[in-house]
Design a protein. Structure first.
Length: 74
């Protein structure tokens, strides 16, 4: 049986480890650490997710956002 757990490191506590120990007592487990996809990471942050949702809604309404770099300003 394989189980995958995705968790933002900001939320990481000993609770997931204790949960694994309770689910699989006296077993040897392998824990692999790798970053999730960038999209998963971005959407795990409520502020970023909200900003993306707003941008999608503006785009769907036909309101295009123009980005200007500070160095392009007079």
């Amino acid at each position: 049986m394989a189980t995958s757990i995705k968790i933002n490191t900001d939320s990481l506590t000993v609770d997931p480890i204790n949960g694994i120990k309770a689910m699989l007592p006296h077993k040897t487990v392998e824990i692999t650490n790798q970053p999730a996809e960038a999209t998963d990471y971005i959407l795990s942050n409520p502020d970023y997710a909200h900003e993306i949702q707003e941008r999608v809604e503006r785009h769907e309404k036909g309101k295009k956002t123009i980005s200007v770099k500070p160095e392009d300003l007079p």
